[in-house]
Design a protein around this ligand. Structure first.
Ligand SMILES: Cc1ncc(COP(=O)(O)O)c(C=O)c1O
Length: 428
């Protein structure tokens, strides 16, 4: 295989080295888009991985191979390519389970993304278990995907939402969390890693606190699974969700993990084909988990691509991914601090993932992003689907640079150089 990662390691059971630093330049060879140029002739400097990651060749090939050589509906065709499609879909589920430390692949429900996974829990588990006057505890740093579904739930059942506040550096106030737990909430739902500030939240500690107060815990892992070694068994949460497209996988792939007994007790979310065992005119018997929650034809090719992404990252080793991104984030914070008029937000590098939000004095972040684009530098500008967090920080919007396994110091240098151009143009 061309490129940096030898997938055969995963097959032979020989673990990839954990301590050796990864070489992002070699990794980049696996990502075709990273050797392209923008229409202005600049090399692509992709610093928007928190919005979606780029895809390695193994993922592109897996999707391509699905459609070219064995495209068929899963769990239906009793013919060769149908059985091959089903086997690949279920093998992808097993890869995802291993990737996040899930003890049983049946506890992995494929969804379109993290948003759908959270909605599944809010509709299915939430409407059975949250009632009038019951509290759900969230945090001030949630992505809208882990806020709006709970707003709708408590409006429907006449429940209540409470929020763990943050410090000015974007760290959760666990002292206040302790007080909120006295309300005996039914659920605590929070992000593992903030998509805006990069803060890595202390999941295990918070899970233990929540469980001691009798609450279940949902962790939004959309920004954690791509960057940290996630082991759901060790974290101890009850529900864990993530999106495939942020973790080198295809768009339209994602997963919900939950403990078997929770999934078995939950009613279906969407209903129709695939999620049933027997259907009569007036009643139906539902399928076993996870298929009970996978109504209709799934995006099987995307799931297969997600499985390939999980295998790719396991072959690299998530400890190495984290070490690389921590170093790169520290480098970026140092380099960006030299830009005149810049304000940087969020915690220190060791407490954050590869996300760096910033503003330039007197320049709207949209203008910053537009001028950076002229140099081929892609950053996100806006509220990043965290309007309440921006409100808490007194900010209308921010620009955000975010990294992934293929990001390099040269990317950061290109950003800093291009910001120099912004300063020159706007006189910031
Ligand atoms: C922390 C977090 N949660 C949830 C989501 C929603 O992800 P998706 O749009 O893939 O469902 C995002 C996307 O940016 C995110 O960053």
């Amino acid at each position: 295989m061309a490129g940096a990662v030898d997938l055969r390691r995963a097959d032979t059971g020989v673990p990839a080295p954990v301590v050796a630093a990864l070489d992002p330049h070699a990794i980049r060879a696996d990502f075709p888009i990273l050797s392209t140029r923008t229409s202005s002739g600049h090399p692509l400097v992709y610093l928007d991985s928190a919005a979606t990651s780029q895809k390695p060749r193994v993922v592109i090939d897996a999707v391509d191979d699905f459609y070219r050589t064995y495209n068929a509906n899963v769990h239906r065709g009793i013919y060769e390519i149908g059985e091959r499609a089903t086997a690949a879909y279920e093998a992808a589920r097993a890869s995802v389970a291993r990737f996040i430390g899930a003890p049983d692949p049946h506890e992995i429900v494929f969804t379109r993304n993290a948003t759908e996974a959270i909605n599944l829990v809010a509709y299915s588990w939430g409407r059975r278990n949250v009632g009038r006057g019951d509290a759900i505890v969230l945090t001030e740093m949630e992505h809208h995907a882990n806020l709006v579904p709970w707003q709708i739930l408590v409006q429907d059942v006449d429940g209540d939402l409470e929020f763990i506040p943050i410090t000015d550096d974007g760290i959760l106030r666990l002292d206040v969390f302790e007080v909120l737990l006295r309300l005996r909430p039914k659920l605590v739902a929070f992000t593992h890693v903030s998509n805006t500030l990069g803060t890595i939240d202390p999941v295990r500690e918070m899970v233990d606190m929540a469980h001691a107060a009798g609450a279940l815990v949902l962790v939004d892992g959309a920004q954690a699974v791509p960057h940290l070694k996630v082991d759901v068994a060790e974290l101890g949460a009850d529900f864990y969700v993530f999106s495939g497209h942020k973790v080198l996988g295809p768009m339209g792939s994602g997963a919900l993990w939950a403990r078997r007994e929770l999934l078995e007790a939950m009613p279906p979310f969407l209903a129709g084909g695939e999620m049933i065992r027997e259907v009569h005119l007036r009643r139906s018997e539902y399928n076993e988990i996870p298929w009970k929650f996978e109504a209709g034809t799934p995006d099987a090719a995307a799931a297969v691509g997600l499985g390939a992404a999980a295998e790719y990252l396991m072959a690299i080793g998530m400890d190495r991914v984290r070490a690389h991104e921590r170093d790169l984030t520290a480098y970026a914070l140092d380099r960006l601090a030299t830009v005149p008029g810049i304000a940087l937000y969020g915690p220190a590098a060791e407490l954050r993932s590869g996300v760096v939000p910033f503003n330039l004095a007197g320049v709207h972040p949209h203008d910053v992003a537009q001028v950076l684009d002229r140099s081929g530098v892609c950053v996100r500008a806006g509220h990043h689907c965290t309007m309440p967090l921006h409100e808490r920080l007194g900010l209308a919007a921010t620009a955000r640079a975010s990294f992934n396994v293929y990001s390099t110091r040269e990317d950061v240098d290109a950003l800093v150089d291009a910001l120099g151009e912004v300063v020159r143009i706007f006189g910031a």
